[in-house]
Structures are given as structure tokens and as C-alpha cells.
Design a protein around this ligand. Structure first.
Ligand SMILES: Cc1cc2nc3c(=O)[nH]c(=O)nc-3n(C[C@H](O)[C@H](O)[C@H](O)COP(=O)(O)OP(=O)(O)OC[C@H]3O[C@@H](n4cnc5c(N)ncnc54)[C@H](O)[C@@H]3O)c2cc1C
Length: 387
């Protein structure tokens, strides 16, 4: 079997890259190889769907500016035969809360974001109370409100890109890649679990948290580790008559409304790397719930509905994406290591990788600060706004 471009992993990143390649005029064949079309363990379908422009590095802010616009247009742009896609981007905002502990850091980020054109406002405690009357603001110095940010349906995004990519000619192969094949300093295809070889000129590795082990099969180390993260959904006794933005407290606890006025919440805690998908009810009961009730007293009465765990593909160098050509190995491209912000970066990354493969350079957005070379140079592009 032969395909000009082989995309390993059909999560949001693989689907976006396939779509952008074909929509931008690539005339060859593109095949997405995905081992689980149900996406049971993919990070994409386990994500919280947050989309924002409030980051700490210039490159991530520029990606955020691009992606917010792309998601504003997404449902229409990915329409097929008049049927819109269903990302259903809800622009209810992101609100980063600041007290003395994180004021200086967030304020510096705010200035950088404003200088790059992000529509972010600094709100005082009283203004926060006016917008979110249920939130306690006494210990706050302020909040940073990104008004075009919000959240969307990750599965709707994935299916929107996949459906459109396939309509443009992408092939979708249900198979597990066990090895990336190389001849000398060149990648020449992949081998699948059932022993088939798929030959190609370019292999794009976007297998999420599994990318590190797959890259190793080509002798191409990647510092990407699977780190479990848990999410909880609860039903608060008191229903607000307004929708919450995605609120993040100074310790990284976040919460936002889900449909039916339920609330999604989570908070990163130190975890050993591993492919684990169990969720820990006690963590909610003992740690998150008391914190939630401190911010919103009416959350003292709630019913925990469900929880789940998914994997962050964490780039251990700097918690930022690894993008582009793999140095010294012709034909291998990488798009992984997104930690907790890959869903929102998918439009910009799909566009960028498509440009890099088709024209040899980034045209729309310069994604080179996230280049894979930095694993050799050690030049970190650390993102401090990982939630
Ligand atoms: C709990 C949680 C919350 C998150 N919240 C957000 C958020 O609010 N906003 C945001 O932007 N991001 C968020 N993220 C991060 C985001 O989900 C990821 O960065 C993004 O989905 C990565 O997409 P991907 O396509 O690279 O990986 P994935 O979605 O994991 O897709 C990789 C695919 O590769 C396939 N694959 C793996 N190995 C092989 C193989 N050997 N052969 C064939 N196929 C293979 C897998 O089956 C999978 O479908 C969150 C993640 C988690 C876990």
C-alpha cells in the first residue's frame, strides 16, 4: 500500500492536518491511520474543550488569536451538503482570578497579550462580583477576562475535521501502527499490527500521548510523557440564571458550566507518568469540593454526577507543543506534546503543518519557536499558562 502522506493518529491534530493539507490544495494522497475509531482513550474526546488566547508566550498567544477566529467560523466552514459541523463554540469567556500570589505573573502576561491584540480586560473585584454574583471576591485583587474565549464540543470538532477531510479525499485506515519505517536517514512508511506496510514520502506523527513510544521505533527520541488528568461533572443545587465563563483560581482549580447548568471542574495534581484512565472520586470529595465551596458558597450543595480521566501528552522540556520536521530524519514530521492545550491549537497547527509539508515553510503563522530542534538545543519555550 502507498500514500504520499501518512498521518499516524486520527485525533483532532491528525484530522486537522489532513483537512488543511487537502483544503489548501495538496494534490497527492493522504491517509490517516487510527487504531481506535471509537476514540475511547484519545485525549481529544476526554478534553474539557476550553479555547483561549490568554497564554504566556508570544507563539501560543498568536496561535490562540488564530484558533479563536477559526473556531468562530468552524461550524459553517466544515459544513457538508448544507449540514453544519457541531463544535458549537460558546464564547462565554475565560476568567483568570488573581490574588497576591499570582498577580505579578498574570499582570505581565496581560500586558503581553494586550500588546499582541488579545481582547483581554482587567476587572476589579467589584466588577467580577457584578458579572458573577455567586463568586466570592474578598481575597481577590482582580481578574483577567478574555472575552472571545470559551469552550466547545471536542467531539464535534474532531468529527467536523474528519468528515471534511474525508470528503476532500483523505483515506482513513483503521489499524495500529507498530513501527515507523526508515531507510538510513529517511522515513519511508509505517508497519501496522497486522504486518502490513504502508509506504509514504512523509509520515506525520500525531499520536498524542503515545507519540513518544512510536517515535522511538524510528530511533527518534521525543520527550513526551502521558500524564493523567481528571475531570468531574456535578449538578449544583442552585441553578444560576447566567452561564459561567471558564473560571481559573490562583491554584489552578477551574470550573465552567456544562449543558443543563451542570458544572465541569478539575485541578492538576502531581501524577506519575502512565497510561491510566481511572478517576479518583476521593480527590473531588476531599480536595476540589471544599475549594469550590470557598469560591461559590452555594456549591456546598451539589451532586457529583460523573468523572473521567484522560492523558495530557506532556513535553517534559517545557510543556509546549513539539512541531515540524524531526531534525536529521527526512520525511518525519511531528505534532505532539500539547499538554493541556492541543484542542484549541488544532486549527493553527493543522494550517502550519500543511504549509510546511506543501511549501517547505510556515506562511500564515510562524510556529518555528515550537520546533522539534529545541530538544537538541535544549532551548525551552516554556508555557506558564498551562491549566
Ligand atoms: C482531561 C483533559 C482536559 C483537556 N482540556 C483541554 C482544553 O480545555 N483545551 C484544550 O485545548 N486542550 C485540552 N486538553 C488537551 C487536548 O485534549 C489534547 O492536547 C488534544 O486533544 C491532542 O490531540 P491529539 O490529536 O494530538 O491526540 P489524541 O486526541 O490523543 O489523538 C491521538 C490518536 O492517536 C491514536 N493512536 C495512538 N497510537 C496509535 C498507533 N500506534 N496507531 C494508530 N493510532 C494511534 C489514538 O488512538 C488517538 O486517537 C485536555 C486533555 C485532557 C486529557
Amino acid at each position: 500500500m502507498k500514500s504520499d502522506i501518512i498521518i499516524v493518529g486520527g485525533g483532532v491534530m491528525g484530522a486537522s492536518i489532513a483537512y488543511h493539507l487537502l483544503a489548501d490544495g495538496f494534490a497527492g494522497t493522504v491517509t490517516i491511520v487510527e487504531r481506535d475509531p471509537s476514540y475511547e482513550f484519545a485525549s481529544t474526546t476526554r478534553s474539557v474543550g476550553g479555547v483561549r488566547q490568554q497564554f504566556s508566550t508570544e507563539v501560543n498567544i498568536r496561535i490562540g488569536l488564530y484558533s479563536v477566529e477559526a473556531y468562530e467560523r468552524f461550524d459553517q466552514e466544515m459544513a457538508l451538503d448544507g449540514e453544519p459541523a457541531h463544535a458549537e463554540f460558546q464564547q462565554r469567556g475565560y476568567l483568570f482570578l488573581a490574588d497576591e500570589s499570582n498577580w505579578a505573573v498574570l499582570n505581565a502576561q496581560y500586558r503581553l497579550q494586550r500588546s499582541l491584540g488579545v481582547e483581554v480586560e482587567l476587572l476589579g473585584p467589584e466588577e467580577i462580583r457584578r458579572r458573577l454574583p455567586h463568586l466570592r471576591v474578598e481575597r481577590l485583587r482582580g481578574g483577567f477576562w478574555g472575552k472571545r474565549a470559551g469552550y466547545l464540543d471536542p467531539y464535534g470538532v474532531l468529527q467536523g475535521y474528519l468528515r471534511k477531510a474525508r470528503s476532500l479525499g483523505a483515506a482513513y485506515l483503521h489499524a495500529e501502527v507498530v513501527r515507523i519505517l526508515r531507510r538510513g536517514r529517511r522515513v519511508v512508511g509505517v508497519e501496522t499490527q497486522d504486518g502490513r506496510q504502508l509506504v509514504g514520502d512523509e509520515v506525520v506523527l500525531c499520536a498524542g500521548a503515545w507519540s513518544g513510544e512510536l517515535a522511538a521505533t524510528a530511533g527518534a527520541p521525543l520527550p513526551v510523557q502521558p500524564i493523567p488528568r481528571m475531570v468531574y461533572c456535578f449538578d449544583p443545587a442552585e441553578k444560576f440564571d447566567y452561564e459561567l465563563p471558564l473560571v481559573i483560581d490562583p491554584e489552578g482549580l477551574y470550573f465552567r458550566h456544562e449543558s443543563g447548568r451542570q458544572v465541569l471542574t478539575g485541578k492538576a495534581r502531581p501524577e506519575e507518568p502512565g497510561f491510566r484512565f481511572q478517576w479518583d472520586r476521593d480527590y473531588f470529595m476531599e480536595d476540589l469540593w471544599p475549594r469550590l465551596a470557598q469560591w461559590v458558597p452555594s456549591f456546598e450543595c451539589l451532586k457529583l454526577i460523573r468523572g473521567w480521566a484522560g492523558l495530557y501528552a506532556v513535553c517534559t522540556l517545557d510543556e509546549n507543543a513539539l512541531l515540524g520536521r524531526y531534525p536529521g530524519l527526512e520525511g518525519l514530521y511531528v505534532a505532539t506534546g500539547f499538554s493541556g492545550h492541543g484542542l484549541q491549537q488544532a486549527p493553527a497547527v493543522g494550517k502550519g503543518i500543511s504549509e510546511l509539508i506543501r511549501t517547505g515553510r510556515y506562511e500564515t503563522l510562524d510556529l518555528s519557536p515550537l520546533g522539534v530542534e529545541r530538544i537538541l538545543t535544549g532551548k525551552a519555550e516554556r508555557e506558564r499558562g498551562v491549566v
